[in-house]
Ligand binder design. Sequence first.
Ligand code: XUL
Length: 541
Amino acid sequence: MPLYLGLDSSTQSLTAVVIEIEHDRRGVVLESSLVFDEALPHYGTRHGVLPQAEPLVATSSPLMWAEALDVMMNRLAHGDIDIRRLAAVSGSAQQHGSVYMNDRAARVLETPDPSRPIVEQIRGTLSRDVAPIWMDSSTSVECAEIAAAVGGDMKLANRTGSRVFERFTGPQIRKFFKQAPVAYAATDRVHLVSSYLASLLAGHHAPLDPGDASGMNLMELATSHWWPAALEATAPGLAGKLPSIVTSWTPAGRLSSYWQSRYGFPPARVIVWSGDNPCSLIGVGLVREGRLAVSLGTSDTVFGLMQEPRVDNTGTGHVFGAPTGAYLGLTCFQNGSLARERVRDAHGLTWTEFSRALETTQTGNGGRVLVPWFQAEITPPVLTPGVHRYALAADDAPANVRAVVEAQQMAMALHSRWMRVEADAIHATGGAAANRQILQVTADVFGADVYPLEVANSAALGAALRAAHGDMMADGRSVGWEDVISGFAEPIAASRLRPDRWRHAVYRELMPVYAACEAHALGRGPEPTPLLERFRRLTFG
Ligand code: XUL
């Protein structure tokens, strides 16, 4: 029976999920993770990010990602599964991050020496040591330049699915071109993290899929081709440096001789990789329109499948390509797990105590509100971090715990309205989705059933399912997505969390108040104290 491998190179870790699929026998046979900071401490990352003097800059190490891949493939080869059964591999990677390779890369990728770790060999193929990642918000100047050159943010959003965003790859490439023109000129290929890692596996420069390419502000959403006006606005000669874009189920090649000779892998198909959010869409089973997913990880995201690309007029969210060929609407928050951790650590709590604080505090928190921008925020755009407390004492541990969770969930509900998906059910994934107290807040805020999924890493699972789908398609078996995900990404009725009508009513009152606090924190609205007092009177008498 064939095995399929999905890898997820996220901000903080690399995860592998191996599945088997044949007729009715289908299931996850292996899950394995390595955390970059712990497994590869010699790169000096913290939470997967290199130390930085400049607060808005966020970079990581392409060599670390390559070494992690080697460590994981070694682990898989020497583990409990029979890797000779591996039919295909695909992957998921943090979106927007870019890797810059010179013209030596093609040759080194093709003929790496299997007796030496791959990381040693690709060291000389990078035209830039570091990769800017999605947490970078240092490109405001370039964003303005690009938007102006293409005819404005709305035009860019209509063409590419998103207005210009600091972390998107286009502005990042422009900044590199401006700051290091010689290194930019020496760049033969600009990869996303996804196509870079796929290239290491396949032994040649791999293409991109529309799901990840749409996170660059460079791809025309309607055609899945590079948009010449955006390329021109970004950097000279860019068209010649970008990978091609192919449908998400295209084979990028087969596992190269390096993996075969070094670890005994078969020549399994490498299906083109995608971004972590498009892969999660599959991993949480959202292959039809009508439901939403929340992913609670380093970034918190709220997303759903869209049959048609309904671009966000408010400039908050993104429309990406979905691996099914349809579209993915998404809103991303930078203050996800790291903000929850900051509150937990500030009060010296364990995660169990954090959950207990949620149990022992009241819905609506007695009108105590936190706007939790511990670091720069993507939604709404905030470049200078700032934590704003309204009627909330900084030393009240339980109230701060409830406040951070309520703020995050209300922000997700408010800033996903543009998708116009009336969700009666939400699929929950990511590390914090294991916490039922947090998910109860999600259910009560959205007024929807919430289904935690069995496999916490839905991005790696989605990648494994994409590997299976791509392999079957390449064999000429036209297989539907419902069949691919069946038995893997189905919500488990027994673990469903239901919204409570009274608690949902409280959040319906609190949400506009939270929006007013957000506006005040942004310097765009009046002091929200009268609104908070009214909320307290109405709700708590
Ligand atoms: C999505 C985004 C993040 C990264 C994190 O637009 O920036 O979710 O993909 O992995």
